[in-house]
Design a protein around this ligand. Sequence first.
Ligand code: ZN
Length: 151
Amino acid sequence: MDLRELYQEVILDHGKNPRNFRFPEPSNREGQGYNPLCGDRITLRLQLDGDVITDVGFQGSGCAISQAAASTMTEAIKGRTVADAELLFGQFHTLVTDDGGPEPNMDTLGKLAAFAGVGEFPMRVKCATLAWHTLHQALEGDDASAPVKTE
Ligand code: ZN
């Protein structure tokens, strides 16, 4: 199995069986994301204790990439600080958009590296980043009801 197949396996697996597909109890932050290009929807809730994301989960519907991205994201950020989560977002964003942001570190990214190929399909980039924009909104968040805008 080459790297590309391995990456596809990760996305298919998480798309079919998303992890943390539930809302944490308790939770004190929420973000809602919608990608009109593809119809992907995500509601993300997390429990923030100080600056640590102690629990996180989501509910949503949409394409396999959007759900797999949300699933792998929840695994990646659980137990991390807000600063670490934002750093991961920066690296992930560079990985899928090649926007010249923070250099992606494949060891740090772990399973998130599976989305490296998404950059070849501009229409799918918003599917892959929806959960992360939703996370950003939830972390910023007073206004949990404002929809996420993907750029
Ligand atoms: Zn999608």
